[in-house]
Design a protein around this ligand. Sequence first.
Ligand code: C2E
Ligand code: CA
Ligand code: CA
Length: 764
Amino acid sequence: MAVRSFQARLLYLLIAVLVLLEAGTLISVHVAGQRTLRQTVDGELQVGARVLDRILDTRARQLSESLRVLALDFPFRQAVAGADVSTVTSVLENHGSRIAADAVVLISLDGMVTADTLGGRMVGRPFPFEQMMRLAEERGEASSTVTFANRPYQFVIVPVLAPQRIAWVCAGFAIDERVLADVSRITSLELSIWSGTPNAPAERISTLPAEARNDAAYATRLRPLQTGDQSHIYTLLQRSLAEAQAPFVALELQIFGLSLALLLLAVLAAVIFARTVSRPLRVLADGAGRIERGDYVSTVVVDQQDEIGQLAGAFNQMQSAIAAREAQIIHQSTHDALTGLPNRTLFLQRVAESIAASRRIGPLGPSVGMIMMDVDRFKDINDTLGHHFGDQLLIDIGRRLSQSMSMSDTVARFGGDEFAVKFTAPTDGEATELAARVAAVFDAPFALGEVSIDVNASLGIALFPQHAADADTLMKRADIAMYDAKKNQSGSAVYEPGRDEHSLRRLSLMMELRQAIARDELQLYFQPKIDVLTERVVHVEALVRWNHSRHGVMRPDEFIPLAEQAGKIGLITKWVIRNAIAQCAAWRRDGIDLNVAVNLSALDLFDSELPTFISGLLADAGLPAAKLMLEITESAIMKDAAYAQRILADLKRRGVCLAIDDFGTGYSSLAHLKRLPVDELKIDKSFVLNLTESATDDMVIVRSTIELGHNMGLTVIAEGVETADAWRILKRLGCDMGQGYYMSPPLPVDKFNAWLAESRWGTG
Ligand code: C2E
Ligand code: CA
Ligand code: CA
């Protein structure tokens, strides 16, 4: 569209310029023609006037000549001398008709008419044209144009000599149509002549018919003739404009025709030119349209070496650059930047394709398997060994997975430490085999530089059509299976129908969390920490429970991670701290001196308001800060060590005690530990639960942790003490405190108070 209008505009412009040019030429030709025509006609009229003069002159001379010859004629002279009027008259008539005179008059020397050819009309009167007569007497003869009988005449007077002058003879010749016709023939003018006597209406003699005489289509020139009497004689010269114009009109027509032909030629040329300019433009526009539709393969072809050709070249280059960039963008949008593996989007697309392919085959189509995979404790590895190490590990895992699968399978990374594998297997047996092959990828340790590390992963497996009918559901179910594998620490799990309920429960629990506090559904349980030397309770750990209306008493492992995910952990932490401090103050009022410990989540260490909040509560309760101990897991501190450290330092400054919980399960470095402002190390229960004299591994860990803690000036406590054996060993190893079912499980406050009063570990 744009191209067409461009072409049209170009064309209109060119044609407009040409038409203007042609019109200008024609107008100036016409104007010049008209000017020339006027000049020509003027010239013709002037010449015509001179010709008329010359002809009248010549005629007068001829008439004089003829009359002189007549006057010399002997019989004529004899007749004149004889003075016989009738004879003279007939002689005058004879001779007059010989020279074709219209009137002949004989005049005596005293100026009286003695005879005429007009039937004696003038006889006995003086000759009427005195001026002429005087001229004749002066010069011997005279000729003149006069008005006679109301018409223009040429009169000639010569003397009759015998040999003296005896009389004058005068001849008159009417200036009639013939004379005018002669002039007209020579000059191609129309002529009229008339006498303009004031009192007599003039009879006009003309070469034109009466009705054409006043026509505007003539150029005219009025000219008075010199007369030999008092009368006025006018000549009118007329030039037919139509006639004079004819050659000009022909010329103009010729020029117009030529111009028209040239204009047509020029328009044709302009059309062709506009096409040659706009055709490649249209080719380019079409090319741009193709690119818009995503076709980067066809190039534009413009066989021109000029700017447009160069433009086409640049256009093609641009197109391939766009194609390359788009391919890059598509790759980026469908692949993971770190490992180069397909991302979630592409993976789901491939799964959907495989499912569609299997469906086309029908009931006998192959199973489409999906494995969701999560690297166990990747966060710890990443935090401890550094992001570079973590990245390298992910790349290696991706590489191993890709190598273990066939080309038609897809290995993808979903971000973080989540991977997914898609495969097709004709039978369930083969699917299991494939899943085992994927799991086996983690059998060998991963070597990264100097370090070699064992990595485990949790795999969740789901199959189409057994477990789900579409890609999205298949992924959800593989995810549920993975969650199961992680929870059971079983390495891998196949989706079990009905497990969706579980994730629904997770979801609804998340929604109910906030109300849990409002509805007062949270409750604190207390578990004593027993001093090894005095075997008496000195501290209690506050452990939260959720008394759910439908699910009953829920352990924190079930809802703390949900609260963290839902961003509600801060609410729970504050509730627990408030109630733990309140309980501690209540015991104090009752004379029971117990320190209380509260667990912090990793996310709490990002709440910079927390230290102020705690100080405020302690002050309100009138408790010394050292009565409160906060337990933080190793990995929580390592999450953002610098930030966590600032909060911990703040808390420490306020006098609150700090413990490292679950010690031994993380990867914290000693150097790092040293810088932490902690007071207590809490050996993780996994090392204590099975602590016996024969369990050398656990023994080594527990002993070295106690020594390490003491060397760093920290109190060391062991959790998970379930047996008297374990209690004895801890005592022997010099552990400061113990906590576990052997002494007491976590108890609600009333039961705990009863325990306090009755138990041998109690205060009583
Ligand atoms: P934890 O801090 O390691 O707490 C000790 C856990 O070990 C408690 O589980 C306790 O019931 C259990 N336990 C105590 N003695 C023994 C024993 O002899 N044998 C065995 N097998 N287990 C024993 P509980 O109460 O279910 O708490 C689980 C975890 O939930 C806690 O681990 C703690 O990390 C977290 N947690 C509990 N309350 C809170 C809380 O108020 N805030 C936060 N952020 N986390 C909490
Ligand atoms: Ca704890
Ligand atoms: Ca613990």
